[in-house]
Ligand binder design. Structure first.
Ligand SMILES: C[S@@+](CC[C@H](N)C(=O)[O-])C[C@H]1O[C@@H](n2cnc3c(N)ncnc32)[C@H](O)[C@@H]1O
Length: 337
């Protein structure tokens, strides 16, 4: 094996936006939703999506080479993954977050250099528009799409938390910033002895309740409305926060941890999960890039290491803390009061 350096890795990464934008555009067009109905050939897809002669074959074959489509003879079809996660008609659809990334984040990341120099967000809010949640939640359709996409995005982590956390030691839990309620439903289904809830802004209530009812869990999983910036948190044996702390600055993070501490009984647990950065800050690239995304999206948010999370929990009074890997880039930080 030659040890001569080559530019391959640099070029792959530097031009990774080619592949990314190709996938995001296919999601936006609804290509995977269409192919979920059955395989189609080039002529049919050209007509359906109004693709130019010059672009169609390269676009579709690039998606084959990128592992997002399959081609057999003349027929294009979804892969098992693109069929499950990128068909808008399936409850497992996770393309909502990619649609949001294509529409909003892709142009905003063009201003990364500006964000790096000024430390200022580069989204709608920085351009005189509403903030992130204000923009999303002012439109019922984007609200629902966003809350649903959170379920898909966090489902793997929620299943890992349901399996790894010692739920048998507790009776009740509340998921703070619950979105559609993916985590409470997953945990309640796995542990019938628990009663649970989801806490979020009041506008989320009907979407949460519809989702919970579809699993026949309405008697065990309730919605609590409020704002965690101004209100106390509901009391429970376990409080979960998924992808919450990274949205906020250090003072706000500590305020949320302190509110969780106040709402827990002695022996109760706070479970915080997201793309927790490794303590050496050299391996979890997704977590580090997520933190840059928080720079683009929020006035003061950032991602953090497991050691940071444990330190803040100890400062808030938690007796014991630990970090446990969940799956992929996600870990949980657990604090016991
Ligand atoms: C990034 S999402 C995380 C959703 C879910 N926990 C997950 O991990 O998939 C952030 C959630 O925080 C909620 N949220 C934002 N500001 C809030 C506030 N002031 N009070 C309560 N919830 C809030 C949002 O509505 C949204 O559901």
């Amino acid at each position: 094996m030659s040890s001569n350096p080559t530019p391959d890795g640099i070029l792959q990464l530097g031009l990774a936006f080619w592949g990314s934008k190709t996938l995001l555009t296919a999601v936006e067009m609804g290509l995977f939703t269409s192919l979920a109905k059955g395989p189609k050939d080039l002529a049919a897809l050209k007509k359906e999506f109004n693709l130019h002669d010059r672009s169609a074959k390269d676009f579709l074959d690039a998606l084959v080479a990128l592992g997002m489509l399959q081609r057999s003879g003349e027929q294009y079809s979804n892969t098992p993954e693109s069929d499950l996660f990128l068909d808008r008609n399936k409850p497992s659809y996770t393309g909502g977050i990619l649609e949001m990334a294509n529409k909003r984040l892709y142009p905003f990341w063009d201003s990364l250099g500006e964000a790096l120099r000024t430390g200022k967000a580069q989204n709608e809010a920085s351009r005189g528009g509403e903030d992130f949640f204000g923009t999303l939640y002012s439109n019922p359709q984007t609200l629902k799409l966003f809350l649903k996409s959170m379920t898909g995005l966090s489902m793997g982590a929620a299943q890992a938390i349901a399996a790894k956390f010692p739920w048998k030691n507790y009776k009740s839990f509340v998921d703070v910033g619950t979105a559609q309620g993916g985590l409470p439903v997953t945990v309640a289904l796995a542990h019938p002895h628990l009663t649970g809830g989801g806490y979020d802004l009041p506008v989320v209530k009907p979407i949460f309740e519809e989702y919970v009812a579809s699993f026949k869990l309405s008697d065990r999983v309730k919605f609590h409305g409020g704002s965690f910036l101004t209100d106390p948190l509901p009391k429970a044996d376990v409080i979960v926060m998924g992808h919450i702390l990274h949205d906020w600055n250090l003072e706000e993070k500590k305020m949320l941890i302190a509110k969780a501490y106040d709402a827990l009984p002695s022996g109760g647990a706070l479970v915080v999960f997201e793309a927790i950065i490794d303590d050496d800050r050299s391996k979890n690239a997704f977590g580090l890039l997520m933190s840059l995304n928080m720079l683009i999206e929020t006035p003061g948010g950032f991602d953090y290491t497991g050691a940071d999370g444990c330190k803040w929990m100890k400062e808030a009074g938690f007796k014991e803390t630990r970090v446990e890997h969940l799956l992929g880039p996600d870990s949980m930080v657990v604090g016991i009061k």
